[in-house]
Design a protein around this ligand. Structure first.
Ligand SMILES: *Cc1c(COP(=O)(O)O)cnc(C)c1O
Length: 393
């Protein structure tokens, strides 16, 4: 069984559970993104909501990605990390006044606007500052992402975005709002999308929508197709880097840009998921009537994805090379949904073994809670846990 290459000796001294980020994997992922995006001159914004660990964010900033934010807190985190406001986009169905003001004060690149009332509020707040807000319309293209229903966002009966049926009305409204400048259109159809035909379907819709704008004689500087590229949760050791080449090629081949238009992406999960693991210890192995339970010191308070959307994570016992056995891998929280996997093959497991729950870099640490008054997990990076080089070498 192939296992990830972890500094297990270092892990032994750290209080579990904790997050571990392999920055080599992250850097390789970012190099691949940049190399593939460069071919077509695409702009990539990192979706901060996947992970805002400062060390992770620093590496992403270093690679030159922009930021995609969905709250004022994320706009602040992006700017604090040193990402230029001119590369910050700000989406979200419920932007509060202070969040809009924060974006205006920092002259961010673009507000991705999700409703008519929001357009009117941004216009008003920009007016009181004597500024012009640059906006893109988030349009709901009614494309199925073929993903879990909790993480699909592009169908028409969805709280996200402006519906196609409202489009003509919105296009007519914008010229009446003097403190708003329409610079683009924005889409985001869902997350953990592995079927590239969903993105192809998005391209077809975007082309149609572009024609609607052309028919109204409205010029757009950019198109933003959001994020959602999935990763391989089953085989993180074999497929640590998503196929960004194939992903970008879909848009290169199927999306028609107007002269001078730029194409923007907002990738979250695909950037950070594979670099992160939740490291935990086995507290007890309990023999049930027909199965064994491996009870960990991590639960859904540290990683909620399995409980929230039945997500699969690959699990490795880092301390054992014994033959595999089947375990239900569970946490200590007083809820039955606190289960990471059922009937999972682990090398024979005992109390004290270190367990890695893989592909946990996205929507892991950031979604941790203190339920049951548990402590929030700390995130460590491979750079921090590397043996120190003696001075002078
Ligand atoms: C969550 C989100 C993203 C990133 O989604 P991933 O599936 O993590 O790539 C991009 N854009 C918007 C608007 C989002 O809400």
């Amino acid at each position: 069984m192939i296992k990830a290459n972890y500094p297990i000796d270092k892990f032994k001294d750290i209080q579990t559970p904790f997050y571990y980020y392999d920055l080599d994997t992250l850097r390789t992922t970012l190099e691949e993104i940049n190399q593939q995006a460069k071919k077509s001159d695409f702009h990539v914004h990192y979706a901060l909501k996947a992970n805002v660990n400062p060390s992770v964010l620093a590496v992403i900033k270093e690679a030159g990605l922009g930021a995609d934010c969905v709250s004022g807190g994320e706009v602040e985190a992006a700017i604090k990390a040193g990402i230029a406001p001119s590369k910050v986009v700000f989406a979200g169905v419920g932007k509060a006044d202070w969040e809009i003001n924060l974006g205006l004060d920092n002259d961010i690149f673009c507000f991705n606007v999700e409703s008519i009332p929001e357009l009117e509020v941004i216009n008003e707040l920009a007016a009181s500052k004597g500024k012009i807000a640059k906006i893109a319309l988030r349009i709901n293209p009614n494309v199925s992402a073929h993903t879990h229903h909790y993480i699909t966002t592009g169908l028409s009966e969805n709280k996200f975005g402006i519906n196609m049926s409202e489009l003509d009305q919105v296009i007519d409204l914008i010229p009446t709002l003097p403190y708003i400048k329409l610079i683009g259109i924005h889409f985001h159809i869902g997350s953990q999308i592995t079927d590239m035909t969903s993105f192809q379907g998005l391209c077809v819709k975007v082309n149609e929508i572009q024609n609607t704008f052309l028919a109204h004689n409205v010029k757009l500087d950019h198109v933003n197709v959001g994020g959602g590229l999935g990763i391989n949760y089953e085989h993180p050791n074999h497929f640590p880097i998503p196929d960004f080449g194939a992903y970008f090629k879909i848009f290169q081949d199927h999306l028609t840009l107007q002269p001078g238009q730029t194409l923007h992406f907002e990738l979250g999960r695909a950037v950070v998921a594979q670099c992160g693991s939740l490291i935990s210890r086995v507290l007890y192995v309990k023999q049930g009537t027909s199965k064994k339970f491996a009870i960990l010191d991590a639960g859904f308070t540290e990683l909620i994805r399995p409980a929230l959307y039945q997500a699969y994570h690959h699990i490795e016992n880092l301390s054992s090379e014994l033959p595999v056995e089947l375990y239900d891998v569970v946490g200590p929280i007083c809820e039955s949904s606190d289960t990471f996997a059922k009937g999972f093959s682990l090398n024979q497991t005992k109390r004290g073994d270190l367990i890695a729950i893989r592909s946990a870099g996205a929507y892991g640490e950031i979604m941790a809670s203190q339920y049951n008054l548990r402590k929030l997990p700390i995130g460590y990076t491979s750079d921090q846990l590397r043996p120190l080089t003696p001075k002078g070498e």
